[in-house]
Write a protein that binds this ligand. Structure first.
Ligand SMILES: [Fe+2]
Ligand SMILES: [Fe+2]
Length: 325
């Protein structure tokens, strides 16, 4: 499909973006804020509260903490995600960051919610006393400095496939990290992870809804985008963290996350499975020959990834980066 036609489809989805915003998204005034979960330094007993926090996080294993730091660094790079979104063709043709268009507004609502995720985790980890904050801060700056390459080539269909996948992946990671925190006795951290996961679930719902509308208008184009993104493989947003340095922090983060079960190759397969079913890929009608081929490819893809996940060996390289020694 020619790019102009894709732009038309994106334009036609705009009322649904509007609908999602008005029905599902909260006004910033009504949202929770990091301060709701953190000790207040103005309280006379703030010392005690910090001691309680440090005591409750004390039994969270180092590996879980490294994984959590990686999640936090990923969240902190959100200026790159808003930029990414607004650079998708057809999303912000006015080239205006305060545009009133539904897509541009969505991009701001979405990233303004994400901003609190990074803030809250960052402050909690800082107060924990277990994290080498300067090293972590360098990683955040490095990642922002390097940007993101989500391999969508500015194509809005690719962008919607990527975000549908990644928001679900992020939700899974936060849910699993919350369970690990709960198991280690840090109920506050578990609550934080679950609260964040709840918002990721909403973002996932939004992107799946928007992409679903694209499939309704342009099933062949939607399928081509889904296949293209699956062939490139979905990379985590923090993948450029070490670019330009000798560090291997990203690999460590990915390995540890896999090892502790916060986000695994099995999850990757399950997300493909879920998205294929959610968009009813196997029942799409009005397909070209290319579209039918894409449909066949996608209907067996999750199965192949499940098999790969079963065969996958334990990750080797694991260093307890980002933590105080
Ligand atoms: Fe987030
Ligand atoms: Fe999100």
């Amino acid at each position: 499909m020619a790019f102009e036609e894709k732009m038309e489809v994106i334009k036609s989805v705009e009322p649904f973006v509007e609908q999602f915003i008005s029905e599902k998204m909260k006004n910033p005034e009504e949202c929770w804020q990091p301060a709701d979960f953190l000790p207040d330094f103005a309280d006379p007993d703030f010392h005690d509260k910090i001691q309680i926090l440090q005591k409750s996080i004390a039994n969270v294993p180092d590996t879980v903490l490294v994984s959590l730091v990686g999640n936090m660094i990923t969240e902190e790079a959100l200026p790159s995600y808003q930029t990414f979104f607004n650079l998708l063709k057809g999303m912000n043709e006015e080239r205006n960051v305060s545009s009133n268009g539904a897509w541009a507004r969505w991009s701001r609502l979405w990233t303004a919610e994400e901003n609190r995720h990074g803030d809250l985790l960052n402050k909690y980890l800082y107060l924990s006393g277990r994290v080498d904050m300067k090293v972590v801060e360098k990683s955040i700056q490095q990642l922002l400095h390097n940007g993101v390459d989500l391999q969508t080539d500015g194509d809005p269909y690719h962008g919607m496939i990527y975000t549908s996948f990644q928001e679900r992946a992020t939700k899974i990671t936060h849910v699993n990290t919350g369970k690990l925190a709960y198991k280690s006795g840090d109920l506050s951290l578990a609550k934080i992870c679950n609260t964040i996961a709840g918002e990721e679930a909403l973002h996932e719902k939004a992107y799946k809804f928007f992409m679903g509308k694209i499939f309704e208008s342009d099933p062949n184009g939607g399928l081509a985008a889904f296949v293209a993104m699956m062939k490139k493989k979905i990379v985590m947003p923090a993948s450029l963290m070490d670019f330009g340095t000798e560090k291997r922090q990203y690999l460590n983060y990915v390995n540890i996350t896999q090892k502790i079960g916060a986000y695994t190759s099995y999850d990757y397969a399950s997300i493909i499975d879920h998205l294929v079913k959610n968009w009813g890929i196997e029942n799409l009608l009005g397909l070209s020959d290319e579209g039918k081929k894409a449909q066949d490819f996608l209907s067996t893809l999750a199965e192949r990834y499940y098999k790969l996940a079963e065969r996958m060996k334990e990750p080797m390289e694991m260093e307890l980066i980002w933590l105080n020694k």
